[in-house]
Ligand binder design. Structure first.
Ligand SMILES: *[C@@H]1O[C@H](CO)[C@@H](O)[C@H](O)[C@H]1NC(C)=O
Ligand SMILES: *[C@@H]1O[C@H](CO)[C@@H](O)[C@H](O)[C@H]1NC(C)=O
Ligand SMILES: *[C@@H]1O[C@H](CO)[C@@H](O)[C@H](O)[C@H]1NC(C)=O
Ligand SMILES: *[C@@H]1O[C@H](CO)[C@@H](O)[C@H](O)[C@H]1NC(C)=O
Ligand SMILES: *[C@@H]1O[C@H](CO)[C@@H](O)[C@H](O)[C@H]1NC(C)=O
Ligand SMILES: *[C@@H]1O[C@H](CO)[C@@H](O)[C@H](O)[C@H]1NC(C)=O
Ligand SMILES: *[C@@H]1O[C@H](CO)[C@@H](O)[C@H](O)[C@H]1NC(C)=O
Length: 806
């Protein structure tokens, strides 16, 4: 989210400028940067909390007259008391991210906006770095960590980030509420924010969300808290951007004006699912609504999306926040319903938007109430959600469990090592002819290290980063293995100049091995910047081919990017023996790349999104939202679930230095579901009506969904090297159902198997969750007939029969 000033034109100019400026993330582009929670002393003295009797004494107030400080009362009662003690104008001042507090009540200021997408970040005004805390661990960008397909890693990284966040809070350098993670599905390969996300599959994205959120939020030992409204929080996490947000700036179509036209079927199946999993499985304490409209209605003003779905059906325990200045965007860009400022804040408050990142609520809610457009009771409801979250965080009562966290817990050796581990686990081996990799360091005296990313530093930590503890570039890490001849090959990432190619070729001619490190960066894919094509920019292709052509030793191509690249030329070039994709691998990216190249780590990551051929983007505009093919317009489908054409590398692709063999050990291959008289068969469309089974399906909401499919596979490492294997399980619906997915991920596990060893991997798939189809009317249904379960690219495949009887 970028802060939008009242002068929009100026704003867009500034954003464009910030995007190309390397220090963009270090420059707070808003007026709030100097405001912190006011009781935290500047140099990290002992922190206190709201309901500290000593603090009230110092303020000259009697705490015992404020029931909201009475620990014996439930949070909701205390929150109500606090809100009831405020006047309307005091309430209004608490509705923006920069909460002003109520001095009369001893309530301090609080800045709600902090970020921790892959490490504590200073993008939000609630967090900053200085001499006391100069940096925090910068883990790989989410697209890389996602590629590890390791739920435990996702949670562990979240735990490390929240430990650093709590430590920084204790030192007065950070907030308690983090607007991370970004869990929008990568619907189109051009999207500029793929770097922030776990990829294109809604189930994988949802699993990432649930794990990362739990890593940030869960207080050890309270995972099974019965009253979710008072469950303690380590820090508060926020899943964003809700919903159907995945166009940033494509050929002049910008997110602030975009109307996503989405079918109800795609909404349920693709756009809502990760958010539903984030709320239900992750128990997240906040959701952020997005800038765009969904079918004409601004997401932040839609009572169906916010109040009814998130708050009602999913039962969010927490607050809903706007993307920054979404209400201003609603008025000035969407011109929705011709709303005045007072109409707009009334619409969003009533729709369920509790907190405004921006100043519209604090400026206009008061007059909106006076004009009779919104009731004070609507404000009270939202404020209570906000204060209960702060109570769960210990903001009022302290959180002694975390008091000991301090400087030593930030950038600790353990966290830096975890950043390296996450990068190694996320690296994907795309090509490895004749065991080009791993490179035997004993045989290498000189190494040519070439390309615009060879000395990548800040590029590796991407966006929404903080100040890293210490970045180690690939160049530095590779230098430990031999004499390095470094040639950048391109002037900058866009590589508009070919004059640096020749010296790169000379280096490769002489070296025992050549590593080319190329790709793209935030100048090509970023927030507010979608891509036009899927190719390497400028002369990069030429650089790679010409260097490979003359290289004396083996050639390894390492690619940094979030979105897929059409590198068919390299895939097909016999001179390029190996290709690695590393995403944006974080502050320890260099050592992680070196570990993989020289065989200290055997890569096992998998692509979290499809790598399309360049021609794909000529076939459909980014603004066409449907996931299914649109035959009338000749548009192909989107994501592996609906695209049935050729690719450069498919979703889930990734090789290893060893070889794995799968054997299906046991499997339950059918489920007979007995129907009671209230469970009715539901018709779904088959291409050939004569194949239509007698009871084609049952709607999921009519089933008790207790049945599970259990199976076990043995994963044998039949190669010579230890390694990790990701078993990705898909289900395919019975053949002939019209316009359904080709297949869908329903489970995955990453296992380490030593050379010559084997591991048994067990899966239990709930039939409703795993075999369901979303029909044209957006009903979730369980079709009868023969479904198929497969692992990977049909390495294992077996049928599962579902039948219904009376
Ligand atoms: C916090 O207070 C304790 C006890 O008064 C003191 O020992 C400690 O040094 C203080 N910590 C800081 C950071 O001032
Ligand atoms: C998964 O991640 C954890 C870190 O939480 C790590 O210890 C484990 O080795 C990883 N599993 C595999 C198979 O790589
Ligand atoms: C919470 O419940 C799960 C599942 O019942 C259990 O495995 C776990 O140990 C419990 N955790 C705690 C802290 O009680
Ligand atoms: C919000 O949801 C509640 C409970 O589901 C309902 O009573 C109320 O009418 C809804 N408000 C709006 C504006 O949709
Ligand atoms: C690598 O990049 C760093 C940081 O930008 C710079 O200080 C260093 O000089 C570069 N190294 C080389 C060999 O160009
Ligand atoms: C792989 O497994 C299959 C079936 O279990 C077996 O026939 C085959 O010999 C195995 N291959 C290796 C290399 O062990
Ligand atoms: C994919 O396309 C091929 C040929 O273009 C067709 O035969 C096949 O049925 C399609 N598969 C699916 C699942 O749509």
């Amino acid at each position: 989210m970028a802060k939008i000033s009242s002068s929009l034109l100026l704003h867009y100019f500034i954003v464009a400028f910030l995007l190309i400026s390397a220090s963009a993330r270090d420059v707070p582009n808003h007026a709030y940067s100097t405001l912190r929670h006011d009781y935290a002393a500047p140099s990290g003295s002992n922190l206190t909390f709201v309901c500290d009797p000593q603090r009230y004494n110092n303020l000259g107030l009697d705490m015992t007259t404020f029931p909201f400080c009475d620990k014996s009362l439930p949070y909701d009662v205390r929150a109500s008391d606090l809100v009831n003690q405020m006047t309307l104008s005091e309430k209004v001042l608490q509705l923006g991210n920069n909460n002003r507090g109520v001095p009369r009540l001893g309530l301090p200021k609080y800045e709600w906006w902090s970020e921790a997408l892959h490490g504590v970040s200073n993008v939000g005004p609630g967090t900053f770095f200085d001499d006391l805390v100069p940096g925090a661990t910068s883990f790989p960008c989410v697209i890389t960590t996602a590629a590890a397909f390791n739920e435990s890693l996702w949670r562990t990284v979240g735990q490390a980030v929240s430990t650093e966040a709590r430590a920084m809070y204790n030192l007065g350098r950070a907030g308690l509420t983090y607007w991370s993670p970004n869990i929008n599905v990568v619907r189109d390969p051009r999207w500029g924010r793929a770097i922030e996300t776990p990829g294109e599959d809604p189930f994988v994205v949802g699993k990432y969300a649930a794990n990362y959120v739990r890593g940030l939020q869960d207080v050890e030992g309270t995972e099974n808290f019965t009253d979710l409204n008072s469950r303690p929080l380590k820090v508060s996490s926020c899943c964003k951007h809700f919903a159907a947000y995945d166009v940033d700036n494509w050929k002049g179509v910008v997110r602030e004006a975009f109307d996503a036209r989405v079918t109800e079927q795609d909404m349920v199946e693709t756009f809502l699912r990760p958010f539903e999993m984030c709320v239900k499985e992750g128990d997240v304490s906040s959701i952020m609504c997005s800038y765009n409209r969904v079918n004409g209605i601004p997401a932040c003003a839609d009572p169906k999306l916010l109040n009814q779905t998130v708050r009602g059906e999913w039962d969010l325990h927490g607050y809903i926040v706007s993307d920054c200045d979404s209400i201003e965007v609603l008025v000035d860009r969407h011109h929705w319903l011709g709303d005045t400022n007072e109409d707009a804040v009334a619409h969003t408050l009533r729709a369920g938007l509790d907190l405004d990142c921006g100043e519209y609520y604090t400026k206009y809610v008061g007059t909106s109430v006076q004009q009779g457009k919104v009731r004070e009771a609507d404000i009270d409801k939202s404020l209570k959600f906000l204060y209960v979250v702060l109570m769960r965080l210990g903001f009022f009562d302290g959180n002694p469990q975390y008091n000991s966290l301090g400087k030593n817990d930030i950038c600790s050796d353990e966290h830096v090592e975890l950043a390296r581990e996450a990068a190694r686990e996320g690296i994907v081996l795309l090509k490895n002819v004749a065991e080009t990799l791993p490179v035997n360091s004993d045989k290498i005296k000189t190494l040519a290290v070439i390309g615009p990313h060879a000395n990548a530093t800040k590029a590796m930590i991407g966006n929404y980063a903080g100040v890293p503890c210490k970045i180690i570039s690939p160049l530095d890490a590779l230098s430990a293995y031999g004499a390095v001849d470094y040639q950048v090959g391109c002037g900058e990432m866009k590589c508009k100049d070919e004059t640096l190619i020749f010296p790169a070729m000379q280096a490769a001619e002489k070296a025992d091995a050549t590593v080319i490190i190329a790709g793209i960066d935030l100048s090509i894919e970023a927030e507010s910047l979608d891509r036009d094509d899927l190719l390497l920019p400028g002369f990069q292709t030429q650089l790679i081919n010409q260097v490979a052509d003359v290289a004396k030793g083996p050639v390894v191509l390492v690619l940094l990017s979030a979105g897929g690249l059409d590198i068919s030329f390299a895939k097909n070039n016999p001179k390029i023996g190996a290709i690695l994709w590393v995403g944006y691998p974080g502050e320890q990216g260099g050592p992680a790349i070196a570990d993989v190249i020289f065989g200290k780590y055997n890569p096992g990551g998998r692509l979290p999104l499809t790598w399309h051929e360049a021609s794909y983007t000529d076939m459909l505009p980014m603004t066409s939202m449907p996931l299914r093919p649109v035959d009338s317009l000749g548009y192909p489908g989107r994501t592996y679930k609906f695209f049935n054409g050729s690719t450069v590398y498919p979703f889930g692709y990734g090789l290893s230095y060893t070889k794995f063999n799968y054997t299906l050990k046991s499997a339950v291959r059918s489920a007979h579901i007995k129907l009671n008289k209230f469970q009715h068969c539901y018709s779904i469309k088959y291409g050939d009506e004569s194949n239509n089974p007698p009871c084609p399906s049952i709607r999921i909401e009519d089933l008790d969904c207790k049945d599970e499919i259990h199976f076990e596979v043995q994963v044998q490492n039949v190669g010579a090297k230890d390694g990790s294997e990701v078993a990705i399980v898909y289900s395919k619906p019975p053949q002939g159902i019209v316009a359904t997915h080709i297949k869908q991920v329903v489970g995955f596990q990453r296992v380490f198997v030593p050379a010559g060893g084997s591991k048994t991997v067990k899966f239990a798939l709930n039939v409703c969750n795993s075999l369901r189809v979303i029909d044209y009317n957006a009903y979730s249904v369980l079709p009868s007939g023969e479904h198929t379960i497969t692992i990977g690219d049909d390495i294992i495949s077996f049928p599962v029969n579902i039948n219904f009887s009376n």
